[in-house]
Design a protein around this ligand. Structure first.
Ligand SMILES: Cc1ncc(COP(=O)(O)O)c(C=O)c1O
Length: 483
């Protein structure tokens, strides 16, 4: 090949290479199905880096002009015509594969697809409340008090001031946390709060520690952001803080993400002693802690569990929570409470993402939190959750006998179960779906392979026993008994 890219040109070299090959394809030199030169050979011939050739070929692939075929190389497609009238139709499949956010894992996608398309399934998979636990009357009341003559333009990016005041009041009375409207950012659920923290405070290559198992594993957002993730095993009294010390010494982790109260999925709560030690470690090494706390008000005991943030005298903890697990997941109201500089930075990030949260859910949430009726609802919620848990446990004991093990949680909405014997996770999952029951396989939440998560809060009381019966049938199948 005589042609070489012009290194003195302002046009990027990869584009020059892509244009060159596009011309060659148009001229018929590379008919449909023929292979372009290998990346290595072309890089040597053109005296460029191999990564430049890769970028050039990726560009052609994004235009649909070539396909990257494993074991073959880069192959010209039939999207070109040879009379110079080739249409440059965007290759949407290629685009769909190349966004910087990683795809969700296939089981998680399958769970959402199944539940989205068929409401008749018995849903032990999605972490939310069942319709009978939503405070419908309270929501209607809050809604009816809304003044539609309020300002209908963009809300304050940090969140509606009335809502931030109500959240600060709620944090003080219900979670032992001192804050003010200026130290709170309203987010679209706790999920967006975590996303903002990752994108606004960390950079690719930073090390973070997350619990294993954890809700975080079901979301590839940590890896999409290029973070190094390290696992913290979860014990009966939560994460052992000494694990964090050794991770810091070996990997210089910058941040720890924890869900210390009624942890998803294990239901465990970090002991007060461990929480205290964790805070000491945080201030000794300067490690930031994110306390993700959607569940602390769902405890079955009289007094709610004290949050980590309520013990934080030095400001080491960013506190994340939401109304999803206690009021309504569809309202999409969450928040972050933290130091002013962090809240300003994350508000700036939120502006880039969505220009601030929708105002109507914020007004409803503000009414709800300041109405004085929330406590009554929370009492009913806890009783309802406990009832569902007891029913689930009783059905599991009837159907599984001693082939299932779990620790009975004292709050939260999930039951983390270990099933006996040699069984195939996918077979259990798929067979349960065939029988109309959806569960969360343990592998989607971390490194555990012989576990399943049963979310008891989402299921109608009347469906718990039939659902567990069907699950036991699927389990027998996965063990090979019913085939
Ligand atoms: C521990 C934990 N954090 C955050 C979330 C996200 O909840 P949301 O965005 O609805 O507040 C969940 C949802 O299951 C969760 O279990």
């Amino acid at each position: 090949m005589n042609w070489k890219p012009d290194k003195s040109s302002h046009d990027p070299i990869y584009l020059q290479i892509a244009d060159h090959f596009e011309g060659k394809m148009r001229d018929g030199e590379y008919p449909s199905g023929s292979c372009l030169p290998s990346e290595r050979k072309l890089a040597a011939t053109l005296d460029v880096n191999r990564s430049t050739v890769v970028t050039a070929y990726d560009h052609l692939a994004s235009l649909g002009l070539v396909a990257r075929v494993k074991g073959f190389g880069t192959v010209a497609t039939d999207r070109q015509t040879f009379d110079g009238t080739a249409k440059r139709i965007p290759n949407w499949e290629q685009y769909a594969k190349s966004g910087f956010l990683h795809r969700n894992d296939p089981i998680t996608r399958h769970i959402h697809a199944i539940l989205g398309s068929d409401q008749s399934n018995i849903n032990f998979a999605i972490g939310e409340l069942s319709p009978d636990l939503f405070p419908v009357a309270l929501m209607q009341q809050a809604h009816s008090r809304i003044e539609m003559s309020q300002y209908l333009g963009y809300e304050h990016i940090q969140g509606n001031i009335g809502l931030r005041d109500s959240i600060a009041g709620h944090l003080r009375t219900h979670r032992g946390i001192a804050s003010s409207a200026s130290s709170i950012l309203v987010t679209s659920g706790a999920q967006q709060a975590i996303q903002l923290i990752i994108q606004g405070l960390l950079k690719p290559g930073d090390g973070v520690a997350i619990e294993d198992p954890s809700y975080c594993f079901s979301m590839p957002i940590f890896h999409s952001a290029g973070l190094r993730t390290y696992r913290l095993s979860v014990e009966q009294d939560g994460v052992d803080p000494e694990q964090i010390v050794s991770l810091y010494k070996r990997h210089r982790i910058k941040m720890v993400f924890l869900n210390p109260i009624y942890h998803n999925p294990t239901g465990t709560t970090m002991s007060a002693e461990r929480r205290k030690r964790l805070l000491d470690i945080s201030t000794k090494f300067g490690i930031a802690i994110v306390e993700d706390d959607p569940y602390s008000l769902t405890g079955f005991g009289q007094a709610p569990e004290g949050t980590l943030k309520s013990m934080d005298r030095d400001g080491s903890v960013l506190y994340v929570s939401s109304l999803s697990k206690i009021v309504s997941s569809g309202l999409r109201i969450g928040w972050i409470a933290g130091p002013h500089s962090v809240i300003q930075r994350l508000t700036d990030a939120k502006q880039q993402l969505d220009f601030g949260h929708s105002n109507i859910p914020q007004w409803i949430a503000a009414q709800l939190l300041s109405s004085g009726e929330l406590d009554n609802h929370l009492r009913k919620l806890r009783t309802g959750l406990q009832h569902k848990l007891e029913q689930t446990i009783s059905s599991l004991r009837t159907e599984f006998g001693d082939r299932i093990k779990f620790r009975v949680p004292s709050g939260g909405i999930h039951l983390w179960c270990e099933l006996d014997g040699e069984w195939d996770e996918l077979q259990l999952f798929n067979q349960a779906i065939d029988l109309g029951v959806v569960i969360t396989p343990g592998s989607t939440l971390g490194s555990h392979r012989n576990r399943i998560r049963l979310t008891y809060s989402r299921v109608d009381d009347r469906e718990i026993a039939p659902g567990i019966r069907k699950l036991a049938e699927a389990y027998r199948y996965a063990l090979g008994f019913d085939r």
